[in-house]
Design a protein around this ligand. Structure first.
Ligand code: SF4
Length: 310
């Protein structure tokens, strides 16, 4: 560890509400999330909503390695836990769109996963336009027994940008899904991306204010990564877009965190694409960036929620 990292690691006070701290508060210890590919695909690729997909997405980058050979979601959990079969964990429908299936099929999968030994909960990653009353009715009975979260891809609070990146849904659909889940006590985590094409600091901070305004329970913050095989790759190679650099990003995230509500759980601070698929940006290690974000907040006596007003 470098001296710089040693110095920063001594800063034990976290100026934001971390996901690991949140889990420790509930379970008394960190718990692992077991990523699963439920095999439901994506409505933005199979023609339901669109065929081209989102411009930044290569679905390969989400699929856990073991899911390439093991298609059954329950078997994927067993495969992931084969070296520690007694451990407790949270199942995570991560790859593709976790609710893009006939309701009965989704309900059966949820029931199977929740009954597995060691299962402490379920996180469902999906799109706002793939959430409805029936999906919420399947998840809500577990809320008081297990840790259940809905992770909704928003990416940005700007409809103009959503159109530009080909998301196939708008902000209004996100608001509707957020409140459907919230109405039944299911916490919602929004996925957002900083540095999307056409967005500057103003649009990014608008997204932070939007999350606070709609009382999101959590957020996963990513930086735009140019992944092999995406439309963004073509735009990047033609010089039509630039990516954020490792100096400006920690400042942006610090600014973003200060505009959120103090209770929002910060599930993630930057993206993490597989190295062999990543074209740009090439940054220092993940840990260095996280420490830089903390350092930016510490050095200005900042903290999550400092600029939020109810
Ligand atoms: S980001 Fe999600 S919705 Fe968009 S193409 Fe990829 S899997 Fe589909």
């Amino acid at each position: 560890m470098t001296n710089r990292m040693e110095k920063k690691s001594q800063q034990s006070y976290l100026p934001y509400r971390s996901f690991s701290g949140y889990l420790r508060g509930i379970f008394g210890r960190p718990l692992r999330k077991v990523p699963i590919d439920p095999g439901f695909g994506c409505p933005n690729r199979d023609g339901t909503t669109g065929v081209a997909g989102c411009s930044f997405c290569n679905m390969e980058s989400f699929v856990p390695q073991y899911a390439l050979n093991v298609k059954d979601p329950v078997e994927q959990v067993r495969e992931h836990l084969k070296n520690s079969p007694k451990s407790e964990y949270i199942a995570y429908l991560q790859a593709g769109t976790g609710t893009h299936a006939p309701v009965e099929k989704f309900g059966d999968l949820v029931a199977c996963l929740m009954q597995m030994p060691g299962n402490m909960g379920l996180f469902v990653g999906t799109r706002p336009d793939c959430v409805n009353e029936e999906i919420i009715a399947i998840l809500s009975p577990y809320v008081n027994r297990k840790l259940v979260w809905l992770e909704l891809g928003l990416q940005t609070a700007s409809d103009t940008t959503l159109k530009r990146i080909g998301r196939g849904h708008d902000v209004a659909e996100f608001i509707k899904a957020r409140h459907l889940a919230g109405g039944k006590g299911i916490p919602v985590c929004a996925h957002i991306i900083l540095g999307l094409p056409g967005e500057g600091r103003k649009e990014m901070m608008d997204t932070a204010r939007f999350l606070a305004e709609h009382k999101l329970d959590g957020v996963k913050i990513h930086h735009l990564q140019v992944i092999r095989g995406t439309r963004i790759e073509g735009e990047y190679k033609k010089g039509e877009i630039v990516t954020l650099d490792a100096v400006e990003y920690p400042v942006l995230v610090a600014d973003f965190l200060e505009r959120l509500t103090p209770w929002m759980v910060i599930h993630r601070l930057l993206a993490d694409a597989p190295d062999d698929l990543l074209i740009a940006p090439r940054w220092p290690t993940r840990q260095e960036i996280i420490l830089d974000i903390r350092d930016k907040l510490h050095s200005r006596c900042g903290f999550q929620g400092r600029l939020w007003s109810p």
